[in-house]
Design a protein around this ligand. Structure first.
Ligand SMILES: *Cc1c(COP(=O)(O)O)cnc(C)c1O
Length: 404
């Protein structure tokens, strides 16, 4: 039996007709950028999360970069984050000219250790980026409390955790800004790249919209005024765009007045159409992931050399990945692979030890928990359509390996 780590084909078969219909509609409409699907998807996504504003962007990495820019984080600032995450989380901090400051993770949840956070705060610290890693929410109450005490901004990296909940609240809506990715293998994935930024702050929403589109047009002017604290009255007087409300993609004169140095980071209309179809199923798919996790747990938890995921009671883990720990990881991976079972290693190199971050000056031993985990954690197949039969096949090999 061959089992992929994430099998997107079963899901595609299930929604093929719906996807075919909406994508061909977009193609014949020739409205490929900022059309009705993007606008509606932003509304539906905000609604799903219970957020006030959702701003679609090109990918999850851009979501983080633009979020940091919108908060004015830049040169010389420090941003605290987890070292046990995908590279993007810290890359985005470096990309805006700021310095990533890594805090070790909790051995059980793999999320940032809130007990070690406060000691890393300096007078240069501007923000915290907690990551809801593998689909389990970070300790948001403690993080928000510390952020409030030191007047820091919080950007949630919810790229792996769409639909996950912390004390009944969807992640991404707890901090100042939440960032999501629609990379194909994420719990809500499109057919290419895509991302979303959510915030309840209307001023931030305008700034975010401006940055994603070259700081131009109405949002650019408004964002410029907000950033520079120019009052409502003076907007009227200085506006050169007063009577030109046009919203055409092909010719929009507002596009050619730029107020900020921004980015070109859009969600394509065709991706938005696909995501609108898939958003309807996300709760159902997440529930199936949770059921699959329960099945693994029941069958693997008694094995002495395997550590199963630890779920905290007050939160909903959406199992983007099913991560186990094994002392003999490389051998177990070889055994599973030889029998047709795909595996993955998340994450083999903690971010503070990545070559690209050499200049930050960290050494092996500085963040012992994530270093320990990086030698032991591995992912076994997890996706909503995974069957009990497939799971049993995987479980049998994990078990028999155990007995060797
Ligand atoms: C996937 C991911 C990102 C980046 O998203 P892209 O859409 O690939 O740019 C950022 N952070 C985390 C934790 C991710 O898993």
């Amino acid at each position: 039996m061959n089992i992929s780590l994430i099998d997107l084909k079963v899901q595609y078969k299930f929604i093929k007709d719906e996807i075919g219909k909406v994508t061909s509609e977009v193609l014949s409409s020739t409205s490929y950028i900022n059309g009705e699907n993007v606008k509606n998807f932003e509304k539906e996504f905000a609604n799903y999360l219970g957020a006030k504003n959702a701003i679609a962007v090109g990918n999850g990495t851009d979501a983080l970069v633009i979020a940091l820019r919108s908060l004015g984080v830049g040169e010389g600032d420090q941003v605290i984050t987890s070292p046990f995450t995908f590279f993007s989380t810290a890359e985005s901090i470096a990309a805006v000219g700021a310095i990533p400051v890594f805090v070790d993770v909790d051995e059980k949840t793999y999320n940032i250790d809130v007990n070690k956070l406060e000691e890393k705060i300096t007078d240069k610290t501007r923000a915290i980026i907690p990551v809801h890693i593998f689909g389990q929410p970070a300790d948001m109450d403690e993080i928000m409390k510390i952020a409030k005490k030191y007047k820091l901004k919080v950007i949630e990296d919810a790229c792996q955790a769409i639909g996950a909940e912390y004390k009944g609240k969807k992640v991404g809506t707890i901090g100042d800004i939440g960032c999501f990715s629609f990379y194909p293998t994420k719990n809500l994935g499109c057919a290419g790249d895509g991302g979303m930024i959510v915030t309840d702050d209307d001023d931030l929403a305008i700034i975010l919209k401006a940055y994603r589109a070259h700081g131009s047009g109405e949002n650019g002017e408004e964002a410029f005024n907000i950033i520079n604290k120019i009052g409502e009255d003076s907007i009227e007087e200085t506006s050169i765009l007063n009577n030109s409300k046009v919203d055409e993609t092909v010719y929009n004169p507002l596009k050619y007045y730029n107020y900020l140095i921004g980015y070109n980071s859009r969600l394509d209309e065709i991706q938005a159409a696909i995501l609108r179809v898939k958003l309807k199923y996300i709760d159902n798919w997440n529930e199936k992931r949770i059921e699959n996790a329960r099945y693994y747990e029941e069958n693997l938890k008694r094995l002495t050399n395997i550590v199963c995921p630890n779920e905290k009671e007050d939160r909903k883990h959406v199992y983007h990945m099913y991560i186990i720990q094994s002392e003999k990881r490389e051998k177990l991976i070889k055994c599973l692979n030889e029998n047709g079972i795909s595996t993955g290693v998340y994450y083999p190199v903690p971010l503070h030890l990545q070559k690209a971050f050499n200049y930050l000056g960290y050494n092996l031993g500085d963040l012992p928990v994530c270093e320990y985990l990086s030698r032991r954690t591995m992912a076994i197949p997890m996706f909503p359509e995974l069957t009990n039969e497939q799971q049993q096949y995987i479980i049998n090999y994990v078990r028999s390996f155990q007995c060797e």
